[in-house]
Design a protein. Sequence first.
Length: 577
Amino acid sequence: MRLILIILLLVLVSIIFIPTSHSRVSYVIEIASILPFKVNDTIYSPGTYYFNYRGLINVTFINFYYQSNTSRMHLIGININGTLFNFSSSQLVRIAKIYVTNNFTSVIFNATQLYSTYVSPEYVREFYVIVHDMYGSPVTTGWYLSGELLRIPQGTMYQNGSVRYIITHVYVNGSEKFAFSVNSPLVVNITYLIQYLVNFSRPTTLYVNNSLETLNTEWLSNGTQLVIPQFIYLNKVSRIYTIGNVIGLIYVTKPLFINDTQIMQYYLEVKYPIIAQINNSNYTNLTSNWYNYGTKIFIPQYLPLINGYRLVVYGNVTGIFTIVSPMIINDHEFIQYNLQFPFPLQISVSNGSVYYISNIWVDNGTFVTVNPQIHYINNGTRAIIPRQSFSSPNYGKLNYTIQYLVVANLPVPLSVNGTNVTITTAWFNQGTKIYIYPVYYFNSTVRLVFLNANYRNVTLSFPLNLNVYYIKEYLVNLKGYYSNSTIFNENLWEPYGSIVQIPLQYEYDGVYFQSNSSISQYYVTAPASINIYYYPISTSSGLATSHLSNGIPLIAFITIIIIIITSAFITIAIRRR
């Protein structure tokens, strides 16, 4: 198809340019070239030539003219009548056909009419630039225009997965340059900084080339020294503890994955070892050491031991706390023993303290003295506590005696554990045996006769209220004498205030005697011994026979009078009905 078009074009040109006179017309073409060229396969040296042709003219120019291995002339276009034609492949230009091959460029002109055509190849000088770029460069080895400005920026980076290369130096013919003009053949050497991706599973503190840093995921240069000690001391009381897959010294020569765990630790200064729980574990001795951040420590103020002992902690830190910074614990442990009493007591401690208490913990090695004292449990019960000392747990035991209050409505003589005592109010030990006599003799002439008592015989186990009723009796001795002979001798127990009748006459052995005294009554207020003297009398005197009679007690006499009067009133009332 292209051939047909060319033929048609040539025919059209021939028709147009053939004059009517059929005369021959010459075609003038001026060729100016700085390099050799060919016209219709004839080689011409550099210069300017004029050619008269009729028909087709083939002008061929060399594309690359090598002056040396590193210097050449490069055809970049053809100037035809003042117009520069740039081309990369064959193309049709008005009256010419341009063919481009690897080594040559040909221009075909049709000189069928008289035309003046100027043809000049455009050449530029190029120099060969050798670039030693092992890992990449914005400028590569090749031909570059003379005077062309090239740039290879410092820091230009090329990445291949987990490795990257950074341009650090550019040497042009031995001189370091990052921008340079191509004025001659050049040799460019590029140096790189190789970096590897070091991936940390979590932020990690370590020494990078002896500098302490905290890294996450970083590009590190080839040969970088990494030191991850097991312990990194930030100061005397703070450090970082590291565990994981990389501990110690390592050089970065390839991509790395570091899966380390770092724990902040603080120094806990414990002045004296103390009992404690660490993270809810069993109790152990807490001593000065490094402890992880967040460690929970429990120092009990009181820790029960066995058999009535306990551990007590005094100091600046007790209870639960969490390690978040360095600490100083200045605590002291003491062993204490427990004293329990059934009721509050006044006690003295060997350290000089005095307490009134029923339960107390005392430092081991300290003595506790319970002084003699009486503790009233209630109004009728008390405890008698003797002096006693303790230096160990007493398990609630105390040496004491329980006493109960015995109250009588009247002073009453009693047998207390076989011993006679007279009481109105008295305290007696628990278990005391109390017995109330039916008749109690103070001596041979005075006694008490108990008419009533709410208790007679009791073992004391509670407070006791005695209600008794008794009368006091005195011994009254009556003796009757005639001359030097005793005609009677009687002992009478008579209540206080009673009246004893003294016989004025007395019969003895068939003989009647007459008292030589006119006193016939004696009021009993105390023991008495009454002597009566008689003389014999005749029976014809008409005196009745006398005998001794007991005195009538005043109370009994009054009682009889009341009974008689009451009976009289009852009789009168019955008769009136």
